[in-house]
Each structure stands twice: as C-alpha cells, then as structure tokens.
Design a protein around this ligand. Structure first.
Ligand code: FEO
Ligand code: CA
Ligand code: CA
Length: 647
C-alpha cells in the first residue's frame, strides 16, 4: 500500500466523516464495505465529501449554523406524546404488533410465549438506524431499526397476574420472549409517513431464549461453565438490553443492564468467592424481582451459581443477517452496561465509551488492539475481542486518567483474585474499585460529539450521595436531578489515557434557585427545566439530544426529549422538543442520517398502575386510547420535511 491508512480514509470520506461521530461514520464505513463488494460508485460525487477541514473551521461553522430553531414546549403531564409547534409525531410500532407473516394477532388477554416470539417485544429502549439497501450510506427513507426490549411489567401485561408468588410458567414464557431485541424494516412512503414492514426478510426477534456465543478472554472460563454448557461459551438468551450502539462496521451492539434481577436464590446461598462476586453485582441472596427461577432452573443461583456470570455483557450482532448468532463480547467488561458508542481514533483503532448504570459505579472505555478496516467488513470481527478496557479516575483539578483493567496491572494480581484476564473481566467492578476508579452518579450514556470530539456523559441521579461524598465531578449530595459531564481527551485523541473534564450541566429547574441548576453558563431562567438525563445522541451539527428517565418524581412533569447546543453563544440553552405519556420514560432516540426523522422509544407507559379493562381507570392509555397501554416507537418529523433542528 503506497498511501497510509489515514490518507486513504481521508480521501474516501473526508476528515469530518473519518473522525466524526457515530451517525456519520457508520453508514460510511458500511458503504466502504459495499463499495468493495460492488466495485462501483466509489468515486461518485456523493461518496466523496468536501476536502478536509481544519478543526477550528469545523467548530466555527457548526456554531454558526447549528441553532435549534424550534420553540420549546412547556413540561406537561398529558397522557400523550406532545411535540413542539411545527412538528408531528406518528406511531411506528407498539408491543404485540406482528413482525412476520405468520405472527398471530395481538390478544393481550391470551398471550403465549410462541405468539410473543413472533411479535414486537415489550419495554422499548435503545434504537439503531441501519440504512437499506445495505450499505447505501445516505439513505434516510429506508432502513432497519434495531430496538432493545429492556424489561417487562407483568402487572400491566397480564389480565390475570397473581403476583410474584403466583406467576405461571406460561406467563413467564411470555416475559422471556418479550425481552431481548427486535429488528424491523422501516420505510418512508411518498407522503412522508414512516411505517414498518410486516414480513420483511430482515425482521427478527432475539429474546431471552436465543442462543448467543461468548467471545473474548472470558469465554470458556471455568466461571462460565454450567450444567447446560460445559464448554462455557454458549449462553441461552440476552437480558435487560438497555442502551446500545452502532459499530463502525455496521453491526448493532446492545448492553445487558439490570441482569441481576432475573435471578433468585431459591434453596440457600452459595458461599465463598462466588457469593462475594454475586453480591457485587446485586445477585439476590433470596428472591429476585422476577420469579423466573421457579420455572427455569438456570435462573436459580443455588442450582446454577455460574449462570449470572454469563450475563452483564455487550452483545453484538449483524442486523443485515437475520441468521447471525449474537456474540457476547467479554473484552468489553461485565457490569450493568448502559450502552457503547464508538469512535475511530486517528490511528484507526476503535474506541467504545460505556457507563455502568448504578449509583457509585464507573465510566469505561475500550480501545481495540487492531485497526478498523473499512474495506473488509468481516476483518473487523476481532476488534471487540482483542483490546484494552479502561476505567475513569477523575481528579479534583479537572484532569483525569483512564486506568487499564489488565491482569497484572498494579493490584490486579492472582493474590487479589485475578489470576487471569477472565477474572478481571467477569469482575470488572471489583477490579475497577481496586484501581481507584471514581464512583459516579449513575453513569448512563456516553457519547462523543461528531463536530468537536468532546465526550459527554449522562449521570442520571444519585439520591444516596451524602454531603461527605461530594466531589467536583459529582458535586451534589442527594442528586435528584442528575448532571452531564464534558470530557476532552488529551490531544483530541480517543486512545489517550489522560483527559480533562468539566461540568456541562447540573440539571433541574433553572427558575428554582434551590435546585442549583447550571447550564454551561447560559441563563438558567431561560432554559427548559430538565432532570434525569439518560440516553443521548448528537445531530449532524453537534447539538446534544437528551432523553430523560425519572422526571415525574423529580420535576413532576412527564419525561421528554430535549436538545442543547454544545458550542457557540447558544451553548447550554436547553430546549424541550417533546414530552411522553404518563408513567413512561423517553428511553432512547435516533436520527436518520439526514436528520429529518427522529425516532423516540416510549418505555413503560402506565407504569405505577396495573391491568384494567377500563381505560378510564388506567394511568395511561397510550398509544391508541385503550388498554393495555403499550410501549411503542414514535417517529417525529417536521411538518415541512426539513431537518429536525430547524431551518
Ligand atoms: Fe436501563 Fe440505565 O437505563
Ligand atoms: Ca437508559
Ligand atoms: Ca434509564
């Protein structure tokens, strides 16, 4: 090769595409794979963006043309998706909708595991948008949506639910099949309306009974072996899929978050190192939150003490191949994964940012050993198996370090319980604690700005932090409202082991002085009240979009979707675009590549209530004014058809 890797990629994709954010990068990467397969279109005008821009020019341009034009809505408690003037919201798909030609009609009073396995799952969370035809990078009117189904609400789902003690095996089977993920083909018709396509060959359900392969350093470890899987490399199911990410090579990756709650310890406690490990991850010593262990022995820790070690991972699969087996990538560590968002570093390595969503847990990043190959999609398969996992330590002077979670590094020795890298990864939390990582206020989504490269972290809340535990990066005791951190990697290099950080936002109602809200220096009385930031994305101009989880208890308004400029004179000016139904969380959001459509997942509408046949008694009747309320995806567009941010 006569030209360097970077030169070739610059030529093909332009600087901002190459070093830009996920939304821009993934289709282009997939496009490169497609180009090689077809051997055409490589030099079409659309495939080669403008010449490289210097960062300062790019930042200045972004600040100039990135203004969010919409008039924010007022926070509301209406049982509906409410959007700003000039926008519309349409239902795309909801729990129970048929995915396949042989899917039975949704009958909530007579669900079975089989019917649910052929229908759209329950509590929707993260979504990825994967353009179609495969690798048509700019296609914003046709694609696949991959969506997580995080958990189930049996009290809302089942007509005759008898509580934890009396939940039947049939009901449990429905729950198992309502978890996992869905892949749906979606398209925009001539009138501009989006719909999903029942019977598409791409449609797929991955559930708590789908077999997944364990890969990476912890695969096959003795800790992974169970009576059903003596090899320790094949797991039935993926659980509590919360947030996720799109890899540069066009696959989806989904985080297993609160996996602990499905396990119970029916017949007594295992003792010794296993119990210590389980405690660190919240595996219950008695009943869990779900009674699954009563019907399926793999969820009974007393019988299968190693089964929990096979969950809590990032799970990757190819949405373009409905037969592909999901892979649990152990090199990315085991914790309550919120998601993983990717950057390609200057040297071609792939960097993934991840949060562990529990109070006083940590922020992580993964750096691949090998480099991204945009010309051979399959060549990237090992990038998430071979690399280094780091955890963040934040110093009080605004600097920080990424500490390597590598066996043999400092205290990560056999004497401390880490004889191999497998133990380091299975007990990521314990290893991170030994290294001195900084406990944060529920780190959820982490994502880099495609324009500036700065990394943002949504810290949802932490009401358990005391006055004695505050520090500069988690500055509030009883943190009800949450905050957002802004991280700048040294030299703008995503592989750097040093960084600086600052508080971007302290959430709350800026008009209420006692909330102590701060919005990057913007007048706090002039912004939308916001709390409990959860999933975040960026638009193509570098504005941060935030979905919230928990505002009903903190601000007494429904959860919603907000946008905020990160640079320029509008930096910190938070505007609310949308509010979701009662009881619901605005769990996640994704934009089409051209930013003209914003998909929003509305999770757990009606939560706090229970099954009723009478809509007038229900907390929520979203989305179709009847019972039961159904978790759903909606698509938000401008009535003018222009990009979501405005002009
Ligand atoms: Fe499932 Fe941390 O949200
Ligand atoms: Ca979340
Ligand atoms: Ca959440």
């Amino acid at each position: 090769m006569s030209q360097s890797f970077e030169t070739i990629l610059r030529k093909r994709f332009g600087r901002r595409a190459l070093f830009g954010g996920t939304a821009r990068m993934i289709p282009l990467a997939a496009f490169a794979a497609g180009m090689q397969q077809r051997g055409s279109a490589a030099d079409s005008p659309e495939a080669v963006p403008a010449s490289p821009e210097e960062p300062k020019v790019a930042e200045r341009d972004a600040a100039r043309d990135s203004r969010l034009q919409f008039q924010p809505i007022a926070g509301t408690t209406r049982d509906a998706v409410v959007v700003a003037s000039g926008y519309r919201s349409d239902l795309l798909i909801a729990w129970g909708d048929p995915l396949f030609n042989d899917s039975p009609p949704f009958d909530p009073s007579r669900q079975t595991g089989r019917s649910q396995s052929l229908q759209f799952g329950y509590n929707v969370d993260w979504m990825g948008f994967f353009p179609l035809p495969a690798y048509e990078v700019k296609n914003s009117s046709h694609g696949l949506i991959v969506v997580n189904h995080e958990y189930t609400n049996p009290e809302l789902m089942f007509k005759n639910w008898g509580g934890f003690e009396n939940q039947t095996k049939d009901q449990t089977e429905v729950e198992l099949e309502a978890h996992g993920l869905s892949v749906i083909e979606v398209m925009r018709d001539r009138s501009g309306r989006w719909r999903y396509i029942q019977g598409s060959r791409f449609n797929r359900r991955i559930t708590a009974t789908t077999f997944c392969r364990l890969t990476g350093p912890a695969a096959g470890s003795r800790w992974m072996q169970t009576s059903a899987d003596l090899s320790g490399d094949t797991v039935m199911g993926t659980l509590n899929n919360c947030a996720g990410g799109e890899t540069p090579w066009g696959t989806a990756i989904s985080g297993e978050e609160n996996f602990h709650q499905y396990f119970s310890n029916v017949n007594g406690l295992p003792t010794g190192p296993v119990r210590t490990l389980h405690s660190r991850y919240g595996i219950p010593g008695g009943n869990g939150s779900y009674p699954w262990a009563r019907h399926f022995r793999r969820f009974d820790v007393a019988q299968e003490p190693n089964e929990p070690f096979r969950h809590g991972w990032m799970v990757e699969f190819d949405p373009y191949d409905p037969t592909s087996m999901p892979k649990k990538r152990t090199a990315l560590g085991r914790f309550r994964h919120e998601g993983c968002t990717f950057q390609i570093a200057r040297n071609g390595r792939v960097v993934g940012y991840m949060g562990d969503d529990e109070r006083f847990q940590y922020m992580y990043k993964y750096v691949s050993r090998g480099v991204f190959n945009p010309f051979d999609r399959a060549a990237n398969d090992k990038l998430l198996d071979e690399g280094t996992l780091y955890v963040a330590k934040l110093n009080e002077d605004g600097t920080g370090e990424w500490l390597a979670l590598v066996q043999g590094n400092g205290p990560l020795t056999a004497a401390n319980g880490y004889p191999t890298q497998a133990e380091v990864l299975i007990d990521t939390r314990g290893a991170a604690t030994l290294l001195g990582a900084t406990p944060m206020d529920r780190p959820e989504d982490m994502e880099a700005n495609p324009v500036t490269g700065k990394v943002y972290v949504a810290l949802t809340n932490n009401t358990a932090r005391t006055d004695r535990q505050v520090n500069k990066s988690n500055p509030r005791a009883n943190n009800r409202f949450g905050h957002i951190l802004e991280i700048t990697e040294d030299d703008g290099d995503h592989t750097s082991t040093k960084f600086t950080w600052e508080i971007f936002m302290l959430c709350g109602d800026g008009k209420v002085a006692s909330h102590g809200a701060f919005f990057a220096g913007y007048d706090p009385t002039k912004v939308s009240a916001i709390a409990n930031p959860d999933n975040i994305i960026f638009d193509n101009k570098g504005n941060l979009w935030i979905s919230t989880d928990g505002q009903p208890s903190s601000l007494r308004i429904n959860d919603g979707v907000y946008a905020v400029a990160t640079e320029g004179p509008e930096r910190g000016n938070v505007k609310q675009l949308l509010s979701v139904a009662v009881g619901a969380e605005a769990a996640s959001l994704v934009l089409t590549p051209d930013n003209t459509a914003l998909f929003v997942s509305v999770q757990h509408p009606g939560e706090g209530g229970k099954w009723t046949d009478n809509p007038s008694e229900a907390i929520s009747n979203f989305p179709d004014s009847k019972q039961p309320a159904r978790p759903a995806l909606v698509v938000v567009t401008k009535t003018s058809g222009s990009p979501i941010i405005g002009t």
